[in-house]
Ligand binder design. Structure first.
Ligand code: AMP
Ligand code: MN
Ligand code: MN
Ligand code: MN
Length: 275
């Protein structure tokens, strides 16, 4: 059964409206889906309403940006009450930082000779949330990069034009908002952080100390070996295992909906907690 617990819509930096995403996922054979937009829950209602008619099980989700040991890591929240007040307040703070950061990114690009980036990025954002993906779309449209991947090598990252360091939520706060709202916290795409084994294990320990219970073992950004490594870590720490595509855009050839490999046999599926 296809279960996808990590996807994005126009409520953050995805290309499809929440309802369109749900219909596409259903058509691709997905039976249960969580919408996990960055630092926001605005897409959940539309997604849930569409899911009912599309015959797909819908799970509330979010992907929170966290600063851990001077790095940005992402924590997915699943099956929580989006109206929980501390979560709402936390989201408001993260969105404030996004707004300030967007102004700063634009200023830095301006100094590098790329003008009008704030308005340009905004033209690719349908919600209130502005992210680096919107700047990436602008940079590609203006001919500074041939594609999104090129942007994230040559702009908006450390030591390149338009880079601004993250000042996101703490691990304790982010995990606390999710569990306080009755949800399950999940470390998103752990292999993407390129941590040494020791540091990854420290990340898992800090996450668990904050109340986290699961880790993405299967992810659209994990290769076969990374899936095996993360399954071993999940077993070691007795964590639940999650699976999510991290789908953003039907034009990105490297991540399709309804196309995830199964969880390795030894894993405890996180969806056993709520499906
Ligand atoms: P932000 O949270 O605004 O800093 O933006 C992070 C987002 O940028 C990620 O969720 C991805 O959507 C996108 N992103 C970051 N690195 C890459 C990459 N190498 N290739 C494609 N998209 C990326
Ligand atoms: Mn994204
Ligand atoms: Mn992420
Ligand atoms: Mn994501």
């Amino acid at each position: 059964m296809q279960i996808d617990l990590h996807t994005h819509s126009t409520a953050s930096d995805g290309r499809l409206a929440p309802g369109v995403l749900i219909k596409r996922a259903a058509a691709a054979g997905v039976k249960a889906l969580a919408l996990t937009d960055h630092d926001g829950v605005d897409g959940l209602e539309e997604a849930r309403n569409t899911a009912q008619s599309a015959g797909i099980e819908f799970i509330n989700g979010i992907e929170l940006s966290v600063t851990w040991n001077n790095r940005t890591v992402h924590i997915v929240g699943l099956n929580f009450n989006p109206d929980y007040e501390p979560l709402q307040a936390g989201i408001a703070d993260l969105q404030d930082f996004r707004e300030r950061r967007a102004r700063e990114i634009a200023q830095k690009l301006d100094k590098a000779g790329i003008h009008g980036a704030y308005e340009g990025a905004q033209s690719f954002s349908e919600g209130k949330m502005l992210g680096r993906m919107h700047f990436a779309n602008f940079l590609v449209a203006e001919g500074h990069s041939k594609n999104i991947r090129h942007v994230f090598k040559h702009y908006l990252v450390a030591n390149k034009p338009g880079h601004v360091s993250g000042d996101w939520a703490s691990m304790e706060d982010a995990v606390g908002w999710i569990t306080g709202a009755g949800g399950i916290a999940v470390i998103a795409h752990p292999a993407r952080y390129k941590l040494t084994r020791t540091r990854l294990r420290q990340l898992i320990k800090d996450f668990m100390a904050a109340g986290g219970q699961a880790i993405e073992v299967v992810s659209g950004s994990h290769d076969v070996n990374e899936v095996k490594t993360m399954a071993a870590h999940a077993a070691d720490f007795d964590l639940y295992a999650s699976a999510g595509s991290d789908f953003h855009d039907p034009d990105f050839p490297w991540i399709k909906l309804g196309n995830l490999p199964p969880l390795p046999r030894q894993c405890k599926p996180v969806w056993d907690l709520f499906l």
